[in-house]
Design a protein around this ligand. Structure first.
Ligand SMILES: C[S@@+](CC[C@H](N)C(=O)[O-])C[C@H]1O[C@@H](n2cnc3c(N)ncnc32)[C@H](O)[C@@H]1O
Length: 219
């Protein structure tokens, strides 16, 4: 049985996603995406968990910087620990507590709250988190506002397969239909592409799918 307590402990979560091969299969999927980003891109990982998405982009774009947020400070600490074990320069990462319902408001671990500026990120990655927002559609719109024109919102979302739905229910994760999510992102000014995981992205393929939304220059 999968326990919802898994999310309460960043250590357990980190152990499971690594041991089950989730982290490496999501990494393979991310590597399959072609992104037109400069080396110095600014990345936001919202609901970062143990940081697997944001740290992928830090490794991929050598002069990029990451702001990682999560509701739970222990996950922020886990992200910093994983970054250190990957040899990432600490100067390239900042972390903050933020609720995905208001992804632009972030409080650093020392307690200062700041508002992230609109248009200030080239890549925003989220994974299995937007379903925890009070209003998923509003949260998506707010995330798009944080994107620079031409920037990407990459959502490694829970999929609609029986296994995806089972895990979502176990973790009290609210799903909106993926086609509705694509509509919301399109209405917010993005070009949207749904990218299914393939067999080579097992085991993440069992529960996740990819949505890549690029903010149009004019929006
Ligand atoms: C399934 S994990 C996903 C972690 C990572 N993004 C991934 O793709 O593997 C969900 C994460 O969302 C965080 N979370 C839950 N509710 C949240 C909320 N309302 N706002 C921000 N983060 C939240 C949890 O603490 C956990 O780290």
């Amino acid at each position: 049985m999968i326990s919802p307590k898994l999310y309460k402990s960043s250590r357990f979560y980190d152990f499971f996603i690594k041991a089950l091969g989730y982290e490496s299969s999501i990494d393979r999927f991310l590597r399959s995406l072609t992104l037109e980003c400069g080396d110095e891109c600014r990345v936001l990982d919202a609901g970062c968990g143990t940081g697997l998405l944001g740290l992928h982009f830090l490794q991929r774009f050598p002069n990029s910087r990451l702001h990682a947020t999560d509701l739970e400070p222990n996950f922020l600490q886990a992200t910093l620990t994983n970054a250190e074990s990957q040899g990432v320069d600490r100067e390239r990462i900042s972390v903050g507590v933020a609720n995905i319902s208001q992804p632009h408001i972030t409080t650093c671990l020392e307690g200062n709250t700041t508002q992230l500026e609109e248009g200030s990120f080239d890549v925003i990655c989220i994974g299995a988190v937007v379903g925890y927002a009070d209003d998923i559609e509003v949260a998506l719109q707010q995330l798009v506002r944080l994107l620079a024109p031409g920037g990407y919102l990459i959502n490694i979302e829970m999929n609609e397969s029986p296994s995806g739905q089972y895990v979502s229910r176990r973790f009290h994760y609210q799903n909106i239909k993926l086609h509705r999510m694509c509509e919301v992102l399109t209405e917010a000014g993005c070009q949207v592409e749904a990218r299914r995981f393939k067999a080579r992205h097992l085991p993440a393929k069992l529960t996740r799918t990819g949505i890549v939304a690029r903010r149009t220059a004019a929006s």
